[in-house]
Design a protein around this ligand. Structure first.
Ligand code: MRU
Length: 346
């Protein structure tokens, strides 16, 4: 499926996104011609996954710029700055969003008071570069990480860190894809990932499409599987990695890391360097998104909890660096001490 299905496609001043809220039942693109539609798609998770929302937001800036192309250079720059600010407010945890928007803002500033048409072209080229670089980074993560998977391993993953969560190919699923393409014979366990079910809906879909042997489990089965010796490796994606290696990823990741340590199973994070935020000393500083209570009280639109119950719905947790065996990046596998080695990787 990688290379055949991209999470996003830019053509004719339109951003087409696979609507990830509809998968696996319906494969459908949502077409964004205005930056507000991109913002809405990120907020409602039609597009999700750290690198994918970064790339989508970059194209959102291009759409915003196109919308204001008839303004004077000063008014144009101010309007695009507002678009960037609004897009930055869509989701708080994945640093790739801010990283991509900073790149776009830098281009805007470098272009200065050139005519809007020229600036739009420069912004478009930058957004396309972000998308192309992401696919390259994922391929590289795949080739660095594939060697970690052995024949007959059970490999546990959570959420969706696949082609859908990136522009193409994936991070954690990129490693799994690369190992599968090398002819390795292993088995993937995909955790369903309550409450949004990215594992059951999206990772399971990608694995089935690729023909990679896999089994879907509910999140609370992971410990039992490990105790039975069915898991030899855990591999997850990341939304933000602090300078000391602490890693924010989908809620439930930390639980898997603790379980892996208890059972002596290696726990790997796979992410491009664009997910590393050296400005944050530790994971305590990573903002954690709280999402709507309906994601917990309802299943596919059907209420499963009584009215009146309190709900807590943090979308991410932070896995402390000391539980992480290695971080598989586009420039190689980074090992502890992360403080030193992540800085060196830049
Ligand atoms: O809330 P989501 O679905 O955007 O969360 C996504 C994840 O947690 C992924 O694991 C992470 O973004 C890595 S994607 C390559």
């Amino acid at each position: 499926m990688a290379d055949k299905v991209r999470s996003l496609i830019w053509a004719n001043e339109t951003l087409r996104l696979i609507d990830q809220t509809k998968l696996p039942a319906v494969f459908q693109y949502v077409e964004c011609r205005r930056w507000e539609e991109v913002a809405e798609a990120i907020r409602t998770m039609k597009v999700r996954g750290a690198p994918a929302i970064g790339a989508a937001a970059a194209f959102g800036v291009v759409l915003g710029a196109v919308e204001h192309r008839d303004k004077s250079p000063e008014q144009f720059a101010a309007a695009v700055e507002t678009v960037i600010k609004e897009l930055a407010g869509t989701r708080p945890t994945a640093v790739n969003l801010f990283w991509a928007l900073e790149r776009m803002e830098k281009v805007l500033k470098i272009q200065g008071d050139k005519p809007p048409a020229e600036i739009i072209e420069a912004l478009r080229l930058e957004a396309e570069a972000i998308a192309v670089e992401d696919v390259k980074a994922c391929r590289s993560i795949g080739s660095h990480g594939a060697a970690l998977i052995n024949n007959s391993d059970g490999v546990l993953t959570i959420c969706n860190a696949g082609a859908l969560a990136t522009v193409d190919y994936g991070t954690a699923l990129g490693v799994i894809r690369a190992a599968f393409d090398q002819g390795k014979d292993f088995h993937v366990y995909a955790a369903e990932t309550r409450p949004f079910l990215q594992g059951a809906r999206l990772t399971a879909w990608e694995l089935v499409e690729e023909g990679i042997p896999a089994t879907l489990i509910t999140d609370n089965m992971a410990g039992w599987l490990m105790q039975q010796g069915k898991v030899q490796m855990v591999i997850v994606g990341a939304d933000r990695i602090a300078a000391n290696g602490d890693t924010a990823n989908k809620i439930g990741t930390y639980t898997f890391a603790v379980l892996a340590r208890h059972h002596g199973i290696p726990f790997y994070v796979a992410a491009p360097l664009s997910t590393v935020d050296l400005s944050l000393g530790s994971g305590r500083e990573i903002p954690i998104e709280e999402r709507a209570s309906e994601e917990v009280t309802h299943l596919l639109g059907h209420r499963i909890a009584p009215e009146g119950i309190g709900v807590h719905n943090p979308a991410f947790d932070v896995t402390p660096a000391q539980l992480i065996t290695g971080i598989i990046t586009d420039v190689g596998i980074i090992k502890p001490p992360y403080g030193e080695n992540l800085a060196k990787a830049f």
